[in-house]
Design a protein. Structure first.
Length: 468
């Protein structure tokens, strides 16, 4: 049983029963049965279902907003005007991508044979979604998996099941085979049952690096394919010629969007030493202007953290950094009053090897450190176990490109931080996982290549090669 709490007030919302382990297996069986029909549907039919699904999601905006804001505390205006329309756009993109899943044309790879490479769905996808972007991350898994012809069993985070359950209700009206999308609820035990179920062919997870390791261990027993989008510790590299006012706006937003609960959030800003003091002041002033408050107030920029426990974790990083000699230029204290709020925080005077510079905080905390030259900036940026996102701030196009190519990350933004598009792949390297969300690459990730080899001629006097 999961108890849901409103992060903005600390008040009880409801209780949600967990799916028993036997129920997980039953959900997988229902998905497998529906897959047999869906995998044979034409690309056009899959596209039509996804387009109807997108329309239903768009029309249900107010209910989805009520659920997501109540469970996460994110500002209603941000969700309603940004994340929800983006999720709808994702679904419409994947509807089009369903009609572009192509193999390789026919070719003669061996005399007397014609080979054809075709793309086929994997089967049943077990999807585990996080609590920071419940709707968007569920769509990032459902869209490409369904477009490729798979069935999906999805487990939302225990704290935020509402929008995923609502998506399943809406999908039931889109015209797909009954049982194609299943939802299971619960904590790690339910997730483990989903990962290890022999009827699940691919496991897709968005979560922490530790969660990714546990999933890989569970999936290895069969083995089965794994798609992982994990943690991050995104650096922002600010060179001496950068527009510091523009940088401060972009990095501050990148550090605090969704109250910093974003694996691509700007968390470490490395600044050329000659402009370090000016840049830190610009960041401090910009962060100070970010409005923290009631998620339903249109003037609110960021809401609370997801829970009191998570707030203690974030604040603990700041306290330990200060104890080790760091300075807090802004924020860094737990406010009084209801809800799990935490202010935008700017920390200076940390060392590269410190805990706060190396580990993912998942809160609105930004570190500022100086560098002396380009090589040092790149070295410091790459010096963590993560490799998801980064940004480079410079008016020198050649340098921006040169530095971007040297960063060990999945995405680098130049003179901005966080913009994404349905057509662009999203995913990381190193401890941030592997596999791509969004884009045509995501649809490819939920499908496999099959080789069809057709004999049409046996050369005279020879026999075809048949390996034992």
């Amino acid at each position: 049983m999961s108890t849901l709490i409103n992060p903005a007030t600390g008040e009880f919302l409801t209780e949600v029963p967990a799916t028993p382990v036997a129920g997980v297996a039953a959900a997988v069986r229902r998905a497998r049965a529906a897959y047999q029909e869906w995998s044979q549907a034409s690309a056009g039919e899959r596209a039509r279902v996804l387009l109807r699904f997108a329309d239903l999601v768009e029309a249900d905006a107010e209910e989805l907003t009520r659920l997501e804001v109540g469970e996460t505390g994110k500002p209603a205006s941000v969700f309603r005007e940004g994340e929800l329309p983006f999720a709808v756009d994702n679904l419409r993109f994947f509807a089009g991508a369903a009609r572009s899943l192509e193999g390789t044309g026919a070719g003669v790879l061996s005399p007397g044979y014609t080979s054809v490479l075709v793309r086929r769905p994997v089967g049943v996808v077990g999807a585990i979604a996080p609590w920071n972007f419940p709707l968007v991350m569920a769509v990032w898994k459902l869209g490409p998996a369904l477009a490729a012809g798979n069935a999906v069993v999805v487990k939302p985070a225990p704290r935020t099941p509402g929008t995923t359950l609502r998506l399943a209700e809406l999908f039931a009206g889109a015209g797909a085979p009954e049982g194609l999308l299943q939802v299971v609820l619960g904590d790690g035990e339910v997730g483990q049952a989903l990962v290890t179920d022999p009827g699940v062919d691919l496991v897709s997870v968005t979560g922490s690096t530790e969660t990714g390791r546990a999933v890989m261990r569970g999936a290895a027993a069969l083995p089965k394919q794994v798609h992982l989008e994990l943690g991050g510790k995104a650096p922002a590299l600010v060179f001496g010629d950068a527009d510091l006012a523009d940088m401060a706006r972009g990095v501050a937003m990148g550090a605090t969007y969704n109250t910093g609960q974003d694996c691509t959030a700007a968390t470490r800003v490395y600044v050329a030493r000659e402009v370090y003091g000016e840049a830190v002041e610009a960041l401090r002033a910009t962060l100070e202007g970010i409005r923290v408050g009631d998620p339903w107030d249109p003037a609110t920029d960021i809401g609370p953290l997801i829970s009191g426990e998570h707030r203690e974790r974030v604040h603990g990083f700041v306290e330990r950094a200060v104890a080790a000699g760091a300075s807090v230029a802004l924020g860094g204290s737990v406010p009084e009053g209801p809800g799990f709020y935490y202010p935008p925080t700017l920390v200076t005077g940390v060392t590269q090897d410190s805990e706060i510079a190396q580990e993912e905080l998942f809160g609105p905390v930004l570190l500022a450190l100086p560098f002396d030259d380009e090589d040092e900036a790149v070295r410091l940026a790459n010096d963590t176990r993560y490799g998801l996102a980064s940004s480079v701030w410079s008016t020198d196009v050649a340098r921006a490109l040169r530095v971007s190519h040297r960063l060990d990350v999945g995405v680098t933004w130049v003179n901005d931080h966080l913009p994404i598009a349905s057509e662009a792949p999203h995913g990381g390297v190193k401890g941030s996982g592997f596999g791509k969300d969004m884009s045509q690459e995501a649809v490819q990730a939920y499908s496999v290549t099959r080789h069809l080899m057709i004999k049409h001629q046996v050369p005279e006097g020879k026999q075809s090669f048949r390996p034992s």
